[in-house]
Design a protein around this ligand. Structure first.
Ligand SMILES: Nc1ncnc2c1ncn2[C@@H]1O[C@H](COP(=O)(O)OP(=O)(O)OP(=O)(O)O)[C@@H](O)[C@H]1O
Ligand SMILES: [Mg+2]
Length: 428
């Protein structure tokens, strides 16, 4: 059965959405579903129009189709609820048909500038972020949902937990100090001895000390991380409200290929650096920043650096983007000394070694010497500050000790890693 939705876009600076086009999703005899998208004629005639994705969905009067990402264009996929959002919808409203059921069942709080509706007459119901006063109750409600409990009756009107913000951890959008924040809550699945919120706040602060543009964050209520939303800003004027800026994930970038039938294409840091040339208002600066982030992720053992944990945000120059501030930075403990990154580093390699980090430096517009200097600088920054950053967030000495192996220096080659593992197994 074909399902369909209207797609709305917040044009640059606008607090209200503009109808942009029509999306359909249908099964095919061959198995993989196909998605189509067509821009509306009046949208294409709008002088302020912007593309949903300048590469995969340029502003043309044609019907685009895709089989990539299960028939959901990357830009639309980015605006849909992800693991957590779909989990909440399934629990509270029953399982929906993918993807349109989830597009329409969700809060209008997704990252970026898109909204969806079943009718062309108006966009999704208007959505309001929760205030800080509701944060303690939200914390309990989200933990309760994981244990099969409904939203308490007295909160039903005020607290709608079906967020469209991506990722797997419990989250909601909160208004605080005139800004919007992504609140990341504790989960019943957490390792109770490691406080995720404090750990992530510490890594975002450590990133700044290593020269990385990270999202601003603070821990509240002891275990809730507030990360300032970089894709929203309040606008006064005749139509006061939240401005929404376009965002595309690296997964979307990897699958973009104008109008073509596509199959899923993964990618690595080198490929993302190359693709930035097509999107970025300042590719050279973004490539350099991406290289630094790649090195940083290896240095802190953030091996969950997958292609939805990188993205680009609309630049002031319409149609162009810049790397978004870095987010979701967390060290992962590994029982072996092998740190395999979620995106490849050098060529097809994903093992975090100096050799792999330096293998593709030219794709980042860096000479070998410049790349080497960044590796050294970031490695030193992490070595000097990781401990203090964790302590500043109040992590216990025992927790810091457990995390110590995550911050040990970068091995030179894969062979060095093998040797280190061998000598640990058979100490002389
Ligand atoms: N500061 C921010 N402003 C706007 N959007 C953000 C911000 N931080 C994260 N996002 C968006 O929200 C999504 C979820 O955030 P995040 O990756 O921190 O959550 P997570 O549940 O820990 O993810 P994962 O499943 O990768 O562990 C991101 O993929 C990104 O699209
Ligand atoms: Mg994430």
């Amino acid at each position: 059965m074909t399902s369909e939705a209207y797609v709305w876009v917040h044009l640059p600076g606008d607090t209200r959405p503009t109808l942009c086009g029509h999306y359909t999703h249908a099964p095919t005899a061959a198995g993989s579903p196909v998605g189509t998208f067509v821009y509306g004629r009046s949208y294409l005639a709008n002088p302020d129009r912007i593309p949903l994705d300048p590469v995969a969905l340029p502003l043309r009067p044609v019907t685009f189709s895709t089989t990539a990402l299960n028939g959901v264009f990357g830009a639309i996929h980015d605006a849909m609820p992800d693991d957590w959002g779909r989990y909440v919808i399934d629990k509270l409203q029953g399982v929906k048909a993918f993807p349109v059921g989830y597009m329409l069942a969700t809060l209008d709080d997704s990252i970026g500038n898109l909204a969806f509706s079943a009718a062309s007459t108006s966009a999704q119901s208007s959505w309001l972020p929760i205030g800080m006063d509701l944060l303690p109750a939200a914390r309990e409600v989200l933990l309760g949902i994981e244990q099969g409990q409904p939203v308490p009756k007295e909160l039903e009107g005020r607290l709608r937990p079906n967020t469209a913000m991506g990722g797997a951890r419990p989250k909601l959008t909160v208004e605080h100090d005139g800004r919007l924040w992504l609140a990341k809550f504790p989960s019943t699945r957490d390792d109770q001895s490691l406080p995720d919120a404090k750990l992530e706040a510490a890594m975002l602060a450590l990133g700044v000390l290593c020269g990385i543009n990270t999202a601003k964050a603070q821990v509240v209520l002891g275990d809730v991380l507030l990360v300032e939303r970089f894709d929203r800003a309040w606008v006064d004027g005749p139509e006061p409200g939240w401005r929404r800026d376009s965002f595309l994930s690296a997964r979307t970038i990897f699958n973009a290929s104008a109008g073509a039938q596509q199959t899923y294409a993964g990618g690595g840091y080198g490929r993302l650096a190359t693709e930035l040339v097509r999107y970025s208002a300042d590719p050279q600066a973004d490539q350099k920043e991406l290289f630094r982030r790649m090195v940083f992720n290896v240095c802190i053992s953030n091996t969950d650096d997958h292609d939805r944990n990188h993205g680009i945000l609309a630049d002031d120059q319409p149609g162009f983007y810049r790397l978004s501030p870095a987010y979701d930075l967390l060290p992962k403990q590994h029982s072996t000394l092998r740190r395999f990154q979620a995106m490849t580093l050098g060529g097809a390699e994903s093992l975090g070694t100096r050799e792999n980090l330096l293998a593709d430096s030219t794709k980042f517009g860096l000479s070998p010497a410049e790349a080497e200097a960044i590796v050294k600088e970031v490695e030193l920054g992490v070595a000097l500050h990781w401990h203090d950053c964790l302590r500043a967030q109040g992590l216990s000495a025992a927790a810091i000790d457990r995390l110590k192996p995550c911050f040990s220096g970068i091995p030179l080659t894969a062979k060095d890693v093998d040797q280190a593992i061998e000598s640990r197994r058979n100490p002389r």
